[in-house]
Every structure is written in C-alpha cells, then in structure tokens.
Design a protein around this ligand. Structure first.
Ligand SMILES: [Zn+2]
Ligand SMILES: [Zn+2]
Length: 352
C-alpha cells in the first residue's frame, strides 16, 4: 500500500514529505488511516540520531490515533471503521515470560518499536505515525473507548502510559504523596493521572514560573527546588517522585524528599545523568528506578481510565508541514503541553 509521511534523511533531523509503502496485510493485521499523531521528545531525538541507533530515512511518531480501513482474515479484535490507537510498540515475541505477563515493553527478545524497530518478519525498519497509514498486528492495536476526544487523545499513547505505568507499579492510590518534576508532555499527564487516582500531587520546579499552570492542571501543591527552606520542610514527604525531565540533570535535591522506601522513578532522560550523592539513598532506604512505557493491557486500562475520568492531554494542534517549527518550539519548552499533528493536513497527492 502506497502512503506518504514525513521523514528525516540525516542527522539534521529536518523532516520533509516522503513516499513509501506499507506492507501487504498478514493474516493477523489491521490497516489504519492515521487521523492524529502526537509529537514526543523521542521523535526529535530519533530524527537527529541523538541516541546513535537511527537508520535513515526515518519516519517517527508513536502516539497514533486512527480509523481501521481493512482487517485481514484472522483479525477478531477490530473491524473496519473502529477508532483505534497505536503506541510505542507494534510487536514482540509473544511467548517469553514478560510477554505472557502482558509486559511486552520488557520482552526478553526486545519489543519492536513503532518506528526505528526491525520488523520481525521482513527485517525492515519500522516506520511510525507521521504518515497517512499504518499496518500492525491486532494485538498491538488498542481500542479507543467511547467518550475520549479523538483529536486530543493521541499523547496518551506515550506520555500517558509512560506516567500511568509507574503510578500503578508503585501502588499509588487515595492519599499517596506524589511529586512530579518537569512540567512538559509527560509531566502534565503525571499530574492529571496521579490526581485522578486520589494522590496528593506536588509539582517541583526550579522556579515558581509554572506554579499557576501546575495548580490549574490539578496539582495540590508546588515546590520551588531553589527555595532551601521549602525543600527542607518537604523532606521525607513523598512516596513517589516521577522525574520526567528529558535531559541530563541533578537528582541530589530530590532524593531527601522521599520517605523511607520511597522511589524516584526516571521516565524522561534516556542516557547519562549527573553524578549522584548516595548518602540520602542509603541512609533513608530510598530508591532510584526507571520505567519504560507500559504493556498493551495496561495501555488499554489507561485509555479506559482516562475515558472514565474524563482525562485528556492539553494539546496544540498543528499541520504536518509545521513539524520542523514545532520541534524548535519543543526544544524551548514552548508548548502547552503536547503538539498533535492533524493528519488531514497531509495530502496523499502533496508530493509527486
Ligand atoms: Zn514517546
Ligand atoms: Zn517477549
């Protein structure tokens, strides 16, 4: 199937129209016309090969909402016309202990990324959601619940599940004390989801600039990390801190804020961090952890939870052609809080 997307051709990360083919349907496949795709920091990192594993041309995008246009013979989970979604994975081994537990993101053989992965049948690089169509096996195609605004929901597929999963892993519930650092695409979802679970949510930031925004998103408190008195008063006051900051940074100010057995979980920065002082870690029996997205069942649970609680990301809709400018703005944190590409702006005939 011929389609069109936007691809980066080199480490400049500049995106431009690109024609390519989606595979013919395998017996278990669903074909989807993409309606919306969220813009994640990982897209930018991949387009520029910041992590060293990009193969060009690369079509990124893994916050995908679309409509089913065709299903192959073995598909039972979806039918033509259904509104569906795809997140960060399109395949896994389906037989290891992690896959059998529904933790496909931790597949022992490695999950297949929606973009930049390797197709498990053809060995070709996978291409993501900055495109008009996508084909995926039915197990990795999620059902969009009724009542979730399809134009805004796309960022749930990465930003949503990336913050929902650690909240579940660390048992957040009514009365839990949750801190969130980094109030961007991930951070603003962490605030909304944790608050909806009944937690007492505090946004932590270097300055007070984002205080009004944090409270408007549903946070109960705001902590300025450069305010030594406020930080001292908040010591040992948190069960979980979700650290969404997507660049190398300093953990030392935050570790003393954790209660005994409390956890700071990294979900933003993939790569080196600043040197860490382990004194508060050891003496307070505190933990630093990481967490990657979530499994398919948990992602579906998150979508259903968001529909039930009426939780949606704050989005700014853009046209596909605006993507390079959007990347520049995202680098300056000049977005509240996630760009979503309206794929209707991408015309199949746009480029000959
Ligand atoms: Zn992402
Ligand atoms: Zn597996």
């Amino acid at each position: 199937m011929q389609t069109i997307g936007y691809a980066a051709q080199d480490t400049s990360g500049h995106l431009a129209p690109f024609h390519f083919d989606r595979r013919e349907l395998r017996p278990n496949d669903v074909a989807i016309e993409i309606l919306y795709c969220g813009v994640c920091h990982s897209d930018l990192h991949t387009a520029r090969n910041d992590w060293g594993w990009t193969t060009y041309p690369t079509v990124v995008g893994h916050e995908i909402v679309g409509r089913v246009t065709e299903v192959a013979g073995d598909v039972t989970k979806h039918k033509v016309g259904d509104i569906v979604a795809i997140g960060c994975m399109v395949d896994s081994c389906q037989h290891c202990d992690q896959c059998l537990k529904g933790e496909e993101q931790l597949c022992r053989e490695g999950n297949t990324g929606t973009y930049g992965g390797t197709d498990r049948v053809t060995g070709e690089p996978t291409k993501g959601g900055y495109s008009k169509h996508i084909v995926a096996r039915q197990e990795f195609v999620l059902t969009m619940p009724e009542g979730l605004d399809v134009a805004k929901a796309a960022p749930l597929l990465c930003a949503g599940i990336t913050t929902y999963s650690p909240l579940k892993t660390w048992g957040i519930r009514e009365g839990s004390r949750v801190g969130v650092t980094g109030l961007g695409g991930l951070g603003h979802m962490a605030v909304k989801l944790a608050a909806a679970m009944g937690a007492h949510v505090t946004v932590m930031s270097r300055t007070a600039d984002k205080q009004a925004d944090a409270l408007a998103l549903g946070a109960h408190a705001f902590l300025v990390s450069e305010d030594a008195d406020a930080m001292a008063a908040a010591a040992s006051g948190f069960d979980l801190i979700i650290d969404t900051v997507p660049v190398k940074h300093d953990l030392d100010p935050y570790l003393p804020l954790l209660d005994v057995d409390g956890t700071l979980v990294l979900v933003g920065q993939i790569g080196p961090m600043n040197e860490m002082n382990t004194v508060p870690l050891l003496l307070g029996r505190r933990r630093v952890a990481g967490s990657p997205i979530g499994g398919i069942a948990e992602t579906q649970e998150m979508l259903d939870f968001c529909a039930q609680k009426n939780i949606l990301p704050e989005v700014e809709m853009i046209a596909m052609a605006d993507i390079n400018q959007a990347y520049e703005r995202m680098e300056r944190s000049d977005v509240r809080y996630r760009f979503v590409i309206d794929m209707a702006s991408l015309d199949l005939a746009e480029v000959a």
